[in-house]
Write a protein that binds this ligand. Structure first.
Ligand SMILES: *Cc1c(COP(=O)(O)O)cnc(C)c1O
Length: 344
């Protein structure tokens, strides 16, 4: 597979912006920096941040066992996904494939970038339908989005199915692993170098508890990362985010402890949900949320809202009629949810 053949012509010929901080990186105290029109008075953030986020990526590289040149950071995974569209999808010509019910941003990003979105529903047990996907794909199908564990269904896709798709789809396969830290299945990161067309995205927004700093991660071959690096805004990860993200990654034990607590709460919540009469089905979850089928999703959603509990109504999604998605909160929050459900 030749990745360069998938890149848009204008991106291939693009000469990227070279920032002052790109041209001169070493911050040592005996140098006088008069190159970037910054305010010289120190306040902690008066200098432009590192455009390549080397400190942060070096730690991530150790943690995830992926070389630094196979990592790209974005202002949330949403920016990473947008960069992938802009690098590989020619508006009005190319198309991408999504597998509803799934994360809504793939479709929105396709629409923003004026790229056709082709939808292939998941099967009844929420797995990708390999045959249908390959039938819908053509020469212009540049991206296939696999969200695993999937939002909102909560399941991870079968390893065999994903492997088949990685081997037979002619474009890039983006595996969105936003919920991987809650999952009992392994990340595809360990197999990154087996598949030249594999892109994996992760985020600090969920298990790492940092939705507010906006930090998304993209892992791929060094060739794909170099293409994305060329088009990313020079200072896309601000200095405060780099500092805060680094600190959190170094505090691995705390993150793991929180994940353990959330998983414990997930099992407890599922047990309690089984006692609620109007909950007809609880789907197994490999993430920090649970999808349930109720008698009347809109009615129950509104009733919970009246009791001060905000959940997500997924009933309009295909294969998700009368479903509600419940995020796992703290012990006290989950108790409130169960109490409210019991009162209905
Ligand atoms: C929450 C979520 C993300 C996270 O996006 P960020 O921009 O990193 O906050 C990505 N993908 C899926 C499927 C999600 O549910």
């Amino acid at each position: 597979m030749n990745i360069q053949n998938l890149v848009r012509a204008n991106i291939k010929s693009l000469k990227p912006y070279s920032s002052a901080r790109d041209e001169f990186k070493e911050f040592t105290s005996d140098l006088v920096f008069l190159d970037a029109n910054e305010n010289p008075f120190e306040n902690g953030v008066n200098r432009y941040p590192d455009p390549q986020q080397i400190d942060l990526k070096t730690e991530l590289s150790k943690l995830k066992e992926v070389p630094v040149n196979q990592i790209l950071l974005g202002n949330g995974s949403d920016e990473v996904l947008d960069l992938i569209f802009r690098a590989f999808c020619e508006p009005k010509e190319d198309n991408i494939i999504t597998l509803p019910p799934t994360y809504g941003m793939y479709k929105v990003l396709a629409n923003i970038n004026n790229v056709e979105e082709r939808e292939v529903l998941l099967t009844d047990n929420f797995e990708p339908s390999t045959k249908a996907i390959l039938e819908v794909a053509n020469e212009q199908s540049k991206l296939l989005f696999l969200c695993s564990p999937n939002n909102p269904t909560g399941n991870s896709f079968s390893t065999e199915i994903v492997e088949t798709l990685l081997k037979s789809f002619k474009g890039l396969v983006v595996i969105d692993e936003a919920y991987i830290d809650f999952s009992s299945t392994k990340s595809w990161l360990t197999r990154l170098n087996e598949f030249p067309n594999l892109i994996i995205t992760q985020t600090l927004s969920k298990a790492y508890g940092m939705a507010g700093i906006r930090l998304g991660i993209c892992y791929a071959s060094s060739e794909i990362i170099a293409i994305l690096n060329k088009i990313k805004p020079p200072y896309n990860i601000n200095g405060l985010t780099q500092k805060k993200g680094l600190k959190r990654i170094l505090n691995k034990n705390k993150v793991e402890l929180e994940i353990t607590k959330i998983l414990e709460q997930r099992e407890k919540l599922i047990d309690k949900l089984k006692t609620i009469s109007f909950i007809n089905k609880i789907y197994p979850s490999d993430a920090n949320f649970v999808l349930v089928i109720v008698d009347d999703a809109l009615k129950r959603y509104n009733q919970l809202l009246e009791k001060g509990v905000v959940i997500r109504n997924r009933t309009t999604q295909p294969l998700c009629e009368n479903t509600l998605r419940l995020t796992i909160g703290t012990k006290a929050e989950n108790k409130k949810l169960i109490q409210a459900l019991k009162e209905l």
